[in-house]
Design a binder for this molecule. Structure first.
Ligand code: FE2
Length: 161
């Protein structure tokens, strides 16, 4: 059985990655690394990520009530994870990033999100509040779509270069 401390940390990490993925799209766009036709699809993805973040925040509030989760632990982990992901982006992009690298970083970020929601889904049985599993599975489905979208943008971009 997964303990509550671990589940809280994993929720925080998922939230942090959610924040980081949105910020990455904004940053990469403002640096001119994303083409308008790519950005059209990515802004929709960013909006969905913002919606997911809100839904997760609401879920956390419920879990504080129903399962005695600690809001501060989750918030701290989210903050820390978002910061780590931003640093990873800078390291990955290096000195002179191009569109291909920008898209590949988004694949990394979305891949991380998919994994984290898979992990949350695997521990959902240990959370009393059943809203948790339902929400996690619906977000996981969207995250898989996000990863597919980013992968397609990266492969199309490479093929047209
Ligand atoms: Fe996502």
């Amino acid at each position: 059985m997964a303990d509550q401390e671990m589940i809280q940390e994993k929720i925080g990490e998922a939230l942090g990655l959610e924040k980081a993925a949105q910020k990455a799209v904004e940053d990469l766009d403002s640096r001119g690394l994303l083409k308008p036709e790519q950005m059209k699809k990515l802004s929709k993805m960013r909006e969905e990520a913002s919606q997911q973040e809100e839904e997760m925040q609401d879920l956390v509030k419920d879990l504080v009530e129903s399962d005695g989760f600690d809001q501060d632990t989750i918030d701290e982990k989210a903050e820390e994870t978002a910061e780590k992901a931003s640093k990873m982006m800078e390291t990955y992009l290096g000195e002179e990033p191009d569109t291909q690298e920008a898209l590949e970083f988004l694949c990394l970020a979305e891949g991380g999100e998919v994994t984290h929601y898979e992990v949350l889904n695997s521990v959902a049985k240990d959370v009393k509040n059943k809203k948790f599993g339902t929400k996690v599975r619906s977000i996981l489905k969207e995250e898989k779509r996000h990863l597919n979208l980013c992968t397609k943008l990266a492969t199309d971009n490479a093929a047209s270069a």
